[in-house]
Ligand binder design. Sequence first.
Ligand code: ADP
Ligand code: ASP
Ligand code: MG
Length: 412
Amino acid sequence: MAIVVQKYGGTSVGDVDRMKRVADRIVRTHRDGNQVVVVVSAMGKTTDELVDMASRISERPPERELDILLTSGERISMSLLAMALQDRGVAAKSFTGSQAGIITDAVHGKARILDITPGRVQEALDGGNVVIVAGFQGVSQDTKDITTLGRGGSDTTAVALAAALDADVCEIYTDVDGVFTADPRIVPSARKLEHVSYEEMLELAAQGAKVLMVRSVEFGRNHGVRIHVRSSFSYTTGTLVGPQEDNVEDAIISGVAHDTSEAKVTIQAVPDRPGVAARLFSALAEATINIDMIVQNVSADGRTDISFTLPRGETDKARGVLEPLADEVGAGGVLVDPDIAKVSLVGAGMKTHPGVAAKMFGALSAAGVNIEMISTSTIRVSVVVSKDDVETAVQAVHGVFGLGDDAPMEVS
Ligand code: ADP
Ligand code: ASP
Ligand code: MG
């Protein structure tokens, strides 16, 4: 019997009727002779509403309590879905992340899965049940407290469970038909990709293509899980995320991703001597703040500006760490710009094609978009632009590389 893991996102279970339709689809997979494990997200905008409610009760909600609150959204979905299945004559049992054996570290709000002990899940499957697991949550090995995996974390629950159960496929059901060459909500001509390699998907996800959480792709790659991203509103084939296909030539560009969730911090007039950057960034790391792009200017008169990007929600924490430290090392001050966006071009083929960055910058310049920061990897070029320019920038870059349905691909 094949094991199929299916994950349904918030829109797919957004109301009771959608929940019932999801139940019908699960019944179909179960009756086709598969063992089915379902990971569910909270209904619709429930998580946002819970975050909002917490912020209206407390200026800084304690992380432990916030995590318990947020996991309740997924618990509502899991129990309702189990009821819908039982109503359809299919045995079903729901489990919280903790009950399903999702063991994490103790970092609230962005816990990492350390281990999965799916004994109860396996037992329930062997007993003929469809198993429903609440996404996005686990339990800390050390503190025994309930943790959440970060926004979009149900994807990670699903792929990690698929790896632990050695499932045949992990299907990610969402509100678009698959992974596109850009967010189809911003670029209407974006094209669905039939296949995307783990490496490219990792870059797209890390750069903001929120259709998959980046950690889920890491699990997929590390454990060889076949991930099928598809729509819960149709039966069409979506996008397969898997190993690079042999004998298929790498597309030069696979897509454009954008991210409006970051802010830029600049530490001004930092003394240019060995050890200063290490001190600043060690302090940020100790505060578990994830840093993204870092740019250091050429120094003038023994001083230099250092800028980096980070999740916007962590700017206050970063300011708290950096301001006293800036004083201590004799730097000028700490500036925060919350109104930025990052636009990234991703493609495995760019390794062997010069001129990709030049063409991207040319398109941005022709569209009147100013570039504030640049960073690259072997298969990616990213720029930071003003948040107001994000749509123009994504459309310009997508257009110049002919990624849409209506133009042929060409790279000079
Ligand atoms: P779910 O609630 O199902 O997890 P998400 O909202 O997290 O869904 O992710 C799906 C959304 O990701 C889509 O509605 C789409 O707007 C957005 N998205 C961004 N980039 C892409 C992309 N390259 N391909 C597909 N969808 C994308
Ligand atoms: N409900 C959580 C969120 O909105 C987790 C998820 O949907 O993946 O981020
Ligand atoms: Mg999601």
